[in-house]
Design a protein around this ligand. Sequence first.
Ligand code: 5GP
Length: 114
Amino acid sequence: MGDTIFSKIIRREIPADIVHEDEDVLAFRDINGQAPTHILFIPRKPIATLNDLDADDALLIGKLVLAATAYAKAQGFAESGYRCVINCNEDGGQSVYHLHLHLLAGRRLSWPPG
Ligand code: 5GP
C-alpha cells in the first residue's frame, strides 16, 4: 500500500488534533468536520480499504470500533447517539486509502446519506 496523509499523521510528519491513541489505533479530528464532533479512528497498520481486511485483522477492526464507542461514552453522547461510517472505494466516497472509521456526533444526522 502506498503512503497516505494518514501515515504521515501517524509518523507525526504533519500535525493533527489527536484525541486518542493506543498501541493499535490513532484518533484525530477530521480537518473538514461534518458535525460538531467528527473524529477519524485509524489503525496504525496501513490497510487501504475494508476489502483489504483479512481474518487476522478481526481483533484490530474490533479495537477500532471499541475505541470509537469508548470515546462516545467518555464524551457523553453515547446515549443521545452518533454515527460510525467506513467508506469503501470510489462509490462509497473514500478519498484517503488508509482504512478509517468516521465518528460523527453532536447534531441530528439524516438518513439516507447522500
Ligand atoms: P473518506 O472520504 O476517505 O471517507 O474520508 C477522509 C477524511 O479525511 C475526510 O473527511 C477528510 O476531511 C479527512 N482528511 C483529509 N485530509 C486530512 C488531513 O490532512 N487531516 C485531517 N485531520 N483530516 C483529513
